[in-house]
Design a protein around this ligand. Structure first.
Ligand SMILES: Cc1cc2nc3c(=O)[nH]c(=O)nc-3n(C[C@H](O)[C@H](O)[C@H](O)COP(=O)(O)OP(=O)(O)OC[C@H]3O[C@@H](n4cnc5c(N)ncnc54)[C@H](O)[C@@H]3O)c2cc1C
Length: 463
């Protein structure tokens, strides 16, 4: 009998396992590595990156986990507001000046300013509701964020836009994994708030690459992390939970006093068969959009136009944004070292189109666009790898707010965790993983006081 089985080795499950490391636990992960939607690999001074790249700083749960595990992060240096559109590359200057510097018709320019002013007012309202208020808990703050303009889509809110204006809005909003007509108006406004209040929110880079965090936790947990272990069913007993899983083709089961279930909502809905019917129903309603990403390693020896930028938005291309993963090295080095690490990122309908192609087709499409934005780019590439994320991220759709009280209601011995329980991605995943671990600890403490002993419960067995 285990104290806790943690299901899912993404950052939510790893955060929970880290907090529970003094109890008798096992983490079951279906894949052959931990990290889930966090994936990076080291190459010399750089890292190639395919998943989550910027992380919360300040007084966040992410900062707590980084400090507690001894993993460093630094503020992302360089500009986050580069833009390459209609043949022009802007890597310097204020965003407000862009409408006058981008080549486009006067009617588009007027449309951009008109819609920009409308969204600007909504961003100001959003800024007032998003912060934690005195004496308030995180759940109430999160509910308020979900409630904000949750009755309509972003398209319903801004109306039909001129082509250039829609193209300029898209990279910011579709980062969510949803298109403009899928995401709620409030969540769309939230994305502009993130971009216009640069430095707030997700702004830290993990030194050595994001997998430094996930692999460090897994190394510390050692054989308490079981890879290639796909959980198929989780069932409550009177004072325990049975977890059935498949490992190397063999069906196994393990019994525990409780479970932290840190898989995406789609999987949690399928495997947690005896959760309350309304919770399972709410899990089935969580929506995910797709991502495709690629990591490119280059070998140039000269300074490059992208050196001072972290993010360059790329409307009307096969990817939304190019991200300079070597920027962290650039920002802190004395002399420019050879090479760069560049990530391209395609969400929502861009991803849906790319997912139709094989990896070579995606690579060629990306390199064609990169060469048009940065002439000669593909000649410098020494390594290029594609990653498909069919369920890239959960997004906030009109009506999402009403699911939140059900999804976060506690009961039984299975505690849910994962990024789909909030709007801050890795910060939500870590926060909900730590909260689920806390619930598990208090349940274990109660069991001990009540004298529900291991003797009362049958041992874990392989089948
Ligand atoms: C390209 C990309 C860019 C992103 N950029 C950012 C960013 O810059 N900042 C940010 O904060 N977030 C970003 N995100 C989102 C972020 O990566 C996720 O929010 C976060 O990693 C989710 O963590 P999680 O633990 O909730 O889920 P996951 O990482 O999905 O972990 C779930 C785990 O469960 C495992 N699993 C699934 N089924 C089973 C089963 N049956 N049995 C056992 N295990 C199972 C999976 O293999 C996986 O390892 C990005 C995501 C992508 C894909």
């Amino acid at each position: 009998m285990k104290d806790v089985v943690i299901v899912g080795g993404g950052i939510a499950g790893l955060a929970a396992s880290w907090r529970l490391r003094h109890w008798d636990t096992v983490l079951l992960e279906s894949g052959d590595r931990v990290g889930g939607r966090i994936r990076s690999e080291r190459r010399g001074p750089y890292f190639m990156n395919w998943g989550g790249h910027v992380y919360a700083g300040g007084n966040s749960r992410t900062s707590w986990l980084l400090n507690d595990t001894g993993v460093d992060s630094v503020a992302v240096p360089g500009s986050l507001s580069g833009l390459a559109v209609n043949g022009k590359l802007l890597v310097k200057g204020r965003i407000e000046s862009y409408p006058f510097r981008i080549p486009m018709s006067w009617s588009s320019r007027m449309g951009l300013m008109k819609t920009g002013a409308k969204v600007g007012l909504a961003v100001a309202k959003y800024a007032k509701i998003v912060g934690l208020r005195d004496g308030e808990d995180e759940a109430s703050r999160q509910q308020r964020v979900y409630n904000f303009m949750n009755d309509r889509s972003f398209t319903d809110y801004v109306g039909e836009l001129p082509e250039d204006v829609e193209a300029l809005f898209k990279p910011t909003i579709t980062r969510s994994s949803a298109d403009l007509d899928e995401i709620s108006a409030g969540a769309g406004v939230g994305y502009f708030s993130l971009v216009w209040n640069i430095g707030a929110g997700l702004s830290q880079s993990i030194v050595g690459g994001p997998s430094t965090l996930t692999e460090s936790i897994a190394a510390a947990l050692s054989d308490r992390v079981q890879l290639n272990s796909a959980v198929e069913e989780i069932v409550h007993k009177k004072n325990s939970v049975v977890v059935r899983y498949r490992q190397a083709g063999i069906e196994r089961e393990v019994e525990a006093r409780c479970v932290v279930l840190a898989t995406p909502a789609t999987v949690s809905h399928r495997v947690a068969v005896d959760l309350d019917a309304d919770i399972r129903d709410a899990l089935s309603q969580v929506k995910y959009g797709p991502y495709v990403s690629a990591a490119f390693l280059t070998n140039e020896t000269e300074r490059q136009v992208w050196d001072d930028s972290y993010a360059i938005a790329t409307p009307k291309r096969s990817f939304n944004v190019m991200l300079n993963m070597s920027n962290v090295v650039r920002g802190y080095e004395r002399e420019r070292q050879p090479g760069s690490s560049i990530m391209t990122f395609s969400p929502a309908s861009l991803a849906r189109q790319l997912l139709e192609l094989d990896d070579d087709g995606i690579r060629e499409t990306y390199l064609r666009d990169l060469d048009q934005i940065l002439p000669g780019f593909s000649d410098k590439v020494v390594e290029a790898e594609i990653q498909r994320w069919p369920t890239g991220a959960p997004y906030c759709f009109p009506g999402r707010a009403k699911l939140q009280p059900t999804l976060t209601r506690r009961g039984g011995r299975v505690f849910l965790a994962g990024d789909y329980l909030g709007t801050l991605y890795t910060e939500t995943a870590i926060g909900t993983g730590l909260a689920a671990a806390q619930d598990a600890q208090s349940l274990l403490a109660t069991d001990r006081q009540r004298g529900i002993s291991a003797a009362e419960l049958p041992m874990a067995v392989g089948r």
